[in-house]
Design a protein around this ligand. Structure first.
Ligand code: F6P
Length: 556
């Protein structure tokens, strides 16, 4: 796939010229068109996407769609979904969408139908989940497992962490309670807190690592292993031996079964996935084990079905009605033509607490690139800086900057339309529903205020400078009919595909992460210096002093 640089494309040039005329227009002027709200909204898979508060007009969208066509978007979508080697630097497909294909589907990639393997892996995962839920999978002393700790980082942590929080309401009523926890940080702080509170007899660790070489995860796993062996074998029951602990207290999830075996994970306790699943795109399969443990396999399959519904929409909808394409084009317009390089993710639902953190990895690790497929440095911006927090909390934290700071920022407001229908007690339900309405009111008010500035308020007279709101901050509003496994699946898939569409336009590979590798290598060398008390003389003055400070602290 060799393309001329996209900024040479006629549509890019046309957009650059068009931006000159639109840049000076305030959103309040654009909203003189009363049809705008409807014209720039689309629905699919239980989601409504309102892009009317973007600083664009019909002509802009037309030109952006031309740009997508010039980037051969329909062909690129087909290439992704059919398993072509779209991950060019690693010469493999990126087939997270295959993880959510129904059992009767077939997808032949490099001569093999991948779907049967996907469903075998799901079935093996389902058996583990059932055994744990039925208290048949017991610890080495025979007691049922009560706490499961996922040891993983990046894609082997953030997806399961985000989804288990978002869907905690979907915990099946008829299974004994298993608490799922996450430890990712290499410093062991999260893990040590669990070890101080949990009973080793009833604790199981899931070592989640696609590569099974990530030092962060393997360090935590070693500490956990040592804790179990000390408490259960050395100090514990004489009938418990190390192999029982390894078999009953560890599950491994990885694309490297040989490495899991070498580490000591019993084959029956291994869940395998494939190199063609990118780490940050992997929650849909074995890496999703913690999710299935919390919500059960039926709900896990609903999550997959929701994502698959978005995949089908992505494959079939015309570009002008295609949610991921439109969301991506709004981002291109902001980053490349309006110069807006900060993007805030603001869910108005406490269950989506980790959604922004999840998207930070998905978007920035995927599209934080500056070399094209051909290895040329790009002349244009790629992924903006993306961050976020629960919207209602962020209102009391960084919204001040959104309203009156000097940075242009684009925001994604995300909220469910319905909430608390299932609460049984009438009075509590009424209170909670009022809280939900309050939350939606805040969500809608904030995006309106960001758009209109001072014009949002009906107050006559001039306002002093410190009370003035400039407005004209663009935003997207995404409404979920409800937050369910299916709509959450669709929401995540929407952003995954958005990332791919943007990468296609920018001519970059969203499926590798070479930028992370050098950091890992250098950390290893620095670790050797710290441990061996040698070699630091070669370092710069700052690093040398920092290393010496550690030695002094250790000696004190
Ligand atoms: O360091 C970045 C990264 O490679 C991510 O892409 C990945 O999700 C994470 O590390 C964890 O990798 P693994 O699952 O191989 O342990």
């Amino acid at each position: 796939m060799s393309h001329p640089p996209i900024d040479q494309a006629p549509a890019w040039q046309a957009l650059a010229g068009h931006a000159e005329t639109v840049r000076g227009r305030h959103l309040r002027e654009l909203f003189a068109d009363q049809r705008r709200g409807l014209d720039f909204s689309r629905r699919a898979a239980g989601l409504t996407l309102d892009l009317s508060k973007q600083r664009w007009c019909h002509e802009t969208l037309g030109l952006l769609l031309d740009l997508a066509r010039e980037a051969r978007m329909p062909e690129a979508i087909e290439a992704l979904l059919s398993g072509q080697h779209v991950n060019i630097s690693e010469d493999r497909p990126a087939l997270h969408t295959a993880l959510r294909l129904p059992e009767e589907a077939s997808l032949v990639v490099d001569g093999n139908d991948v779907v049967p393997g996907v469903h075998e892996s799901l079935a093996k995962m389902g058996t583990m989940v059932e055994r744990l839920h039925a208290s048949q999978w017991r610890g080495a002393t025979g007691r049922p497992i009560h706490d499961v700790v996922n040891l993983g980082v990046g894609g082997s942590d953030l997806g399961p962490l985000m989804v288990t929080h978002a869907l905690a309401d979907y915990r099946p009523d008829d299974v004994p309670h298993i608490d799922v926890h996450f430890a990712s940080t290499m410093d062991g702080s999260q893990l040590v807190d669990y070890l101080s509170r949990f009973n080793p007899e009833t604790t199981l660790f899931v070592i989640s690592s696609k590569s099974f070489t990530t030092i962060d995860t393997l360090s935590n796993a070693r500490t956990a292993q040592d804790w179990l062996m000390t408490r259960l074998v050395k100090e514990g029951n004489a009938r418990v031996d190390e192999s029982m602990v390894m078999r009953q207290h560890f599950i491994g999830v990885s694309a490297k079964p040989d490495k899991m075996t070498k580490w000591g994970i019993a084959e029956s306790s291994q869940l395998e996935f494939w190199e063609w699943v990118g780490g940050r795109y992997s929650l849909w399969g074995a890496i999703g084990l913690p999710i299935a443990l919390v919500i059960g396999m039926k709900n896990f399959r609903d999550l997959l079905a929701g994502a698959h519904a978005m995949d089908r929409h992505f494959a079939a909808a015309p570009l002008a009605d295609n949610l991921p394409v439109l969301l991506a084009l709004a981002g291109i317009w902001n980053a490349n033509f309006l110069g807006i390089r900060a993007h805030s993710i603001l869910p108005y639902d406490g269950r989506l607490e980790y959604f922004a953190a999840y998207l930070e990895q998905l978007e920035m690790e995927s599209n934080g690139k500056s070399a094209t497929h051909e290895g040329h440095e790009v002349n244009y911006s790629t992924c903006p800086v993306l961050w976020g927090q629960l919207g209602p909390n962020a209102q009391h934290a960084f919204y001040q900057l959104l309203h009156q700071g000097t940075q242009p920022v684009v925001c994604d407001f995300i909220a469910p339309l319905r909430r608390y229908d299932e609460v049984k007690d009438d009075a509590t339900r009424a209170h909670l529903k009022a809280q939900h309405r309050l939350t939606l009111a805040n969500c809608f008010a904030q995006s309106r205020l960001l758009m209109l500035g001072d014009d949002a308020i009906d107050e006559p007279g001039e306002r002093p400078g410190h009370k003035r709101y400039r407005g004209n901050q663009p935003s997207t509003t995404l409404l979920l009919d409800r937050l369910t496994p299916a709509t959450l699946g669709a929401l995540i898939a929407l952003y995954e595909h958005k990332v791919y569409v943007q990468a296609t336009i920018w001519g970059i590979n969203p499926f590798d992460q070479w930028g992370v590798e050098l950091g890992k290598q250098i950390a290893g060398e620095t670790g050797d210096m710290l441990a061996n008390h040698a070699g630091h003389e070669r370092m710069d003055a700052s690093t040398r002093a920092l290393i010496e400070a550690v030695w002094q602290a250790e000696a004190a």
